[in-house]
Design a protein around this ligand. Structure first.
Ligand code: GLC
Ligand code: CA
Length: 554
């Protein structure tokens, strides 16, 4: 197997709006990011994924782009971007950009043209259909609630938007659209960026004939219906041939609805498509079977283990995994699978980190995860901003699936806003994020949970992440080792081994606040402890609450 640089990398994701404000307008910006590069360097991550920084009317906080070759005014200028890129490179940090090309903003020049008339040269850049029986062309629901179709005044036809009305889907079947996208990608690569994270890239090829789907209660049906369409791999291979293969890049496709089998094509080690994908099966492990992810949490550790293990084993030697718990679309993992109370927050955050970072694949850390940042204590829906959770909330209220109180409980646990509250830099006002009024409230727990405090304390979550990253840089068994799950049925313990060229690791993680009986396997009797979240050795026969440790046998 040929080794690639991105296999031993650790990626740090920045959500620019919430990372660091440099001019007091309450919104994070590029200069702010540049000023914090040394922090990421200190942590040890070597790649930064920037969520979108392009010009956008911000209907979906930058995931609705109106000009792919301009920087959002609130974030700064192209000169600020160039400065960020060169400072990052000077520190040995790579920059991966978000690429949002399933859709544009409705304020993009292409769409402004497209909607003008049926014979406009840009008409076929988007997906237009006549209505049916006085309504939308089919029954697809938008991922943000409501129909996926919007009737447009000028021509009386409907355009498709799998996300908000202000995010019309591009028509990838049009070769001119592909030319435009590939040119634009090349323009950024010429600047020297190091790769792309491709937004909902699994949705670009729509099913032939756009058939009706089974309309699920939350409108997610069209999401699944559109995943991995008939020309998906053809278009990605074309992109690879025409653009990606000319550079040495990290590419990661966000692949809603992707299966393990499909991933063997998307992320094949032969390099014909992408480096890796973000799959969603483990994110959906706690979703409600009917209402989906915006519903009550159904934690099921054996299920979570089965999913992650299937991906670990299924891709080994064939394709490459990404590893993540958190991103800008997910609630905070310590509040989700850990225990965010004062007593166990740090312990459980370290346990979750251990469990993920000892697997095969490229780990992603979302800003603040390395501090064990938690969900926000939302008091009311009116404090929230996220178009997706609010859209689904309104839909579910309207359909009588929830009442307001249940809705608040649901969004407290699930809203994407939990990930988007400002980064907690210090204990001061607004956590050092801004001198102005932050666009989303700062979590009051920044007084105790913040980067400054953790950098100064040896046993902090920050230093634990630092150590995990350093170990990955030193040990091939962590990067490449074969994976084997032990105790699949155990409801609390997540235990697995890794093996590479005679070296072996045992990873033991307790996903509960209880003491759980456990007999250490014979093969690891004299193994050395590599990293652990308790100072004292684990006692014989049990694993302590939220305990995690890794043993290394040579
Ligand atoms: C992806 C992004 C998400 C965005 C959506 C539409 O899922 O991660 O933030 O809302 O695509 O672009
Ligand atoms: Ca700012």
């Amino acid at each position: 197997m040929q080794k690639r640089w991105w296999q031993s990398s650790v990626v740090y994701q920045i959500y620019p709006r919430s990372f660091q404000d440099s001019n007091g307008d309450g919104i994070g910006d590029l200069k702010g990011i540049t000023s914090r590069l040394p922090y990421i360097k200190e942590l040890g991550a070597d790649v930064i994924w920037l969520s979108p920084v392009y010009q956008s009317p911000n209907d979906d906080n930058g995931y609705d782009i109106s000009d792919y070759r301009a920087i959002m005014k609130e974030f700064g200028t192209m000169a600020d971007f160039d400065e960020l890129l060169s400072q990052a490179h000077r520190l040995g940090l790579k920059i991966v950009m978000d690429l949002v090309v399933n859709h544009t903003s409705d304020e993009h020049r292409w769409f402004a043209e497209s909607r003008k008339s049926k014979d406009n040269p840009y008409r076929d850049y988007y997906i237009w259909r006549e209505g049916k029986d006085g309504g939308a062309p089919n029954n697809w629901g938008s991922c943000f609630g409501g129909s996926a179709w919007q009737k447009d005044e000028a021509t009386g036809m409907y355009y498709l938007h799998l996300f908000s009305r202000k995010q019309p889907d591009l028509n990838w079947d049009n070769p001119v659209v592909r030319d435009e996208v590939f040119d634009m990608m090349d323009w950024w690569l010429q600047k020297g960026i190091d790769g792309f994270r491709m937004d909902v890239i699994s949705l670009i090829s729509k099913p032939d004939g756009l058939p009706d789907g089974e309309a699920g209660p939350t409108g997610y049906a069209s999401f699944l219906l559109n995943a991995n369409g008939p020309h998906e791999h053809e278009y990605l291979r074309e992109m690879n041939r025409r653009v990606l293969s000319k550079y040495d890049l990290l590419t990661v496709g966000e692949c809603a609805g992707v299966t393990l089998e499909e991933t063997k094509s998307y992320a094949n080690l032969d390099g014909s498509e992408l480096s890796m994908v973000f799959q969603f099966e483990h994110m959906d492990a706690d979703a409600d079977p009917v209402l989906g992810r915006y519903a009550k949490q159904c934690k099921d550790i054996p299920k979570l283990k089965a999913i992650l293990s299937r991906w670990q084993k299924g891709l080994d030697g064939i394709a490459w995994n990404s590893l993540y718990w958190d991103n800008h679309d997910q609630p905070r993992v310590v509040s989700r699978y850990g225990d965010d109370s004062d007593e166990y927050r740090e312990r459980s955050a370290k346990m979750l980190a251990t469990c993920l970072h000892m697997m095969q694949g490229t780990p992603y850390i979302y800003q603040g995860e390395e501090l064990g940042m938690t969900n926000f204590p939302w008091q009311s829906i009116s404090q929230m901003n996220d178009i997706e959770s609010l859209g689904n909330y309104r839909d579910m209220l309207k359909k009588g699936l929830i009442d307001e109180q249940e809705g608040l409980v649901m969004l407290r646990a699930r809203s994407r806003d939990n990930a988007r509250t400002p980064m907690q830099w210090d204990a001061g006002e607004n956590a050092g994020f801004t001198t102005g009024t932050p666009w989303l409230p700062v979590n009051p727990n920044h007084e105790t949970i913040n980067a400054e405090e953790q950098r100064s304390r040896a046993d902090s979550v920050f230093h634990y992440y630092q150590k995990l990253i350093a170990l990955r840089k030193q040990m091939d068994v962590i990067v490449y080792g074969h994976y084997e799950l032990l105790l699949p049925e155990d409801p609390d313990l997540f235990v697995y081994t890794r093996e590479w060229k005679g070296e072996r690791l045992l990873v033991v993680c307790n996903f509960s606040g209880k003491e759980v009986p456990f007999e250490r396997p014979q093969a690891f009797r004299d193994a050395r402890r590599l990293i652990a979240n308790y100072e004292e050795e684990s006692p014989e026969g049990v694993v302590r609450p939220w305990e995690a440790y890794v043993l290394h046998q040579q």
